[in-house]
Design a protein around this ligand. Structure first.
Ligand code: 2P0
Length: 319
């Protein structure tokens, strides 16, 4: 059945940043994310006489087509399916600027693939299949908060919903400082990260931080959630800086944004930041402070695009 499948992007509050098995995309740590309402991907898989991939209406022929079809061929082999496919995707999210487009892309693609072949799979199974395309996609099957448990093998590494309809007042301001594609893919960054001397200590902390974050969510404790998310993101970026060779996704504007968050917080308006594999910054705050924080960001970063987000839903089938 040809169905358009919609999956929303997610932002990790406890990050996935290292692989135990690159081919199976088994992570070295469990992670926890918030699914967003404003950024999503719609994907349809249809019958075709040759493999074709369309993104936002234009046909892709290079490495992005390669990645999509390498993935679809893995799924076909696993699930005993054959035939050429045409994939049509519309991305309602800036592509490859650290705004998590691959999470929604591969979750929607896994869903559209299963719908096309009429495969009835549970959400747990779909999460495992999405994981093979992009690790973070395993979490985009669910709305609200999701946890990707690292597991020990292909069967046990999947995400589950922690709370799909959170009551917590949590808003995320996605501040797009830079629209350039990132200079180093997540896959590339993750393969370099374990060379940092701080990587093993970070892995040891991960379980504790995940448990503390889970508790903060269960307690509706925004302050604790923000503190932990900011700490965990800083740890990830410290690892990148101290890897061999060291690297950073930060640009001068990223540092300026961090300093502005610190300044706003010092003035008594509670907010925190998290940063992924790119220069852009996401601010975590409560509804009552969105206006003031946005105002201050707009006045310091004239060209920044700011999108206010809250909790998005899990995967859905549109027609
Ligand atoms: C995450 N990030 O947990 C981490 C934290 C950014 C920082 O971009 O190699 O695109 O396709 O499995 O899922 C995750 O990277 O990487 C990611 P692959 P993915 O969201």
């Amino acid at each position: 059945m040809e169905k358009t499948v919609r999956a929303h992007t997610n932002i990790a509050l406890i990050k996935y940043w290292g692989k135990a098995d690159a081919k199976l995309r088994l992570p070295l740590m469990s992670s926890l994310s918030m699914t967003l309402d404003q950024f999503y991907t719609d994907t349809r898989v249809v019958k075709s006489d040759q493999d074709r991939f369309f993104l936002n209406g234009s046909e892709q022929t290079g490495s992005s087509k390669q990645r999509v079809f390498d993935y679809l061929h893995v799924l076909q082999k696993r699930l005993g399916q054959t035939g050429h496919l045409r994939v049509e995707s519309t991305n309602h999210v800036p592509t490859a600027a650290g705004l998590a487009s691959s999470s929604s892309a591969f979750a929607a693609l896994a869903g559209a693939f299963c719908a096309y072949y009429k495969l009835e799979v549970s959400r747990k199974e779909l999460s495992r299949l999405a994981r093979l395309g992009s690790g973070s996609a395993s979490r985009s099957i669910y709305g609200g908060f999701a946890i990707w448990q690292k597991g020990t093998d292909d069967a046990s590494s999947y995400a589950y919903a922690l709370d799909e309809k959170p009551k917590l007042d949590l808003q995320l301001l996605a501040v797009e400082l830079n629209q350039q594609p990132k200079f180093l893919s997540s896959t590339g960054g993750m393969s370099q990260a374990p060379s940092s001397p701080f990587f093993q200590p970070w892995l040891a902390r991960n379980q504790e931080e995940l448990a503390a974050m889970t508790k903060a969510i269960q307690d509706n404790d925004f302050s604790r959630l923000g503190q932990l998310a900011e700490l965990n993101a800083n740890e990830m970026h410290a690892i990148n800086l101290t890897a061999a060779p060291g690297f950073t996704y930060f640009e001068p504007a990223t540092i300026a944004a961090i300093k502005l968050v610190q300044k706003i917080r010092a003035s008594g308006i509670e907010c925190y930041y998290t940063i992924d594999a790119g220069p852009n910054v996401k601010i975590l705050c409560q509804l009552k402070n969105v206006k003031e924080i946005t105002k201050q960001f707009v006045s310091e970063f004239e060209n920044a695009k700011i999108v206010m987000q809250s909790f998005g839903p899990g995967i859905s089938y549109l027609d």
